[in-house]
Ligand binder design. Sequence first.
Ligand SMILES: [Zn+2]
Length: 223
Amino acid sequence: MTDKHPIVRDLVIANRILANESIVDAYGHVSIRHPDKPNRFFLARSLAPELVDQGDIIEFTLEGEPVNDERPPYLERFIHGAIYEARPDVNAVVHNHSPSVLPFGVIKQKLKPLHHMCGCMGHEVPTWDSQTKFGDTSLLVSSIDMGRDLAKLLGDRPAALMRGHGCVIASKDIREAVYIAYYLELAAKLQMQAMPLGSVKYLTEGEIDKVINRTGPYTLDRA
Ligand SMILES: [Zn+2]
């Protein structure tokens, strides 16, 4: 067991839910900003999310340095630190490679919500291409510079895709981050099912704004 902040329990539950829903497999991760130290965040050591327990959680600086912990961290921890650095409003970040979102990272057609539960992902989901600034890489976000470039593309949105890799979700709340990650995967699946059938009527921007504004504790408590 750890003597870290009680909120790490929520982070462990988030890991387990995302694994149970196949949003993460052996890879992908979820973090939470330290509630008392805004320039720190909690993230598991390098471990499959399904196996994460409270003792596996490490505290990190926003530059991705572990605080007093020698265990191997996730290589892509820079995604989390860079987003917390750029977005004071964000308290939880999910990075995953869920299968239905991946095609939308490599085609021109944008991923857009067509179903009300998926409106939480925003008007449309932009794609970050590591190739643009960093050329040929392993596609992994392996430095704080890459993390900052991704955070810049994300801007003030809740989600972004990563070309040839996966996606990232940012939220004020750990429960909402898990919720968006789940519905982003469903949105992509639904869009792939709808597109071959004909012209798709997506939610309007006004509808999406209304969905986002009413997604609060009432919705999240139930989920
Ligand atoms: Zn990844």
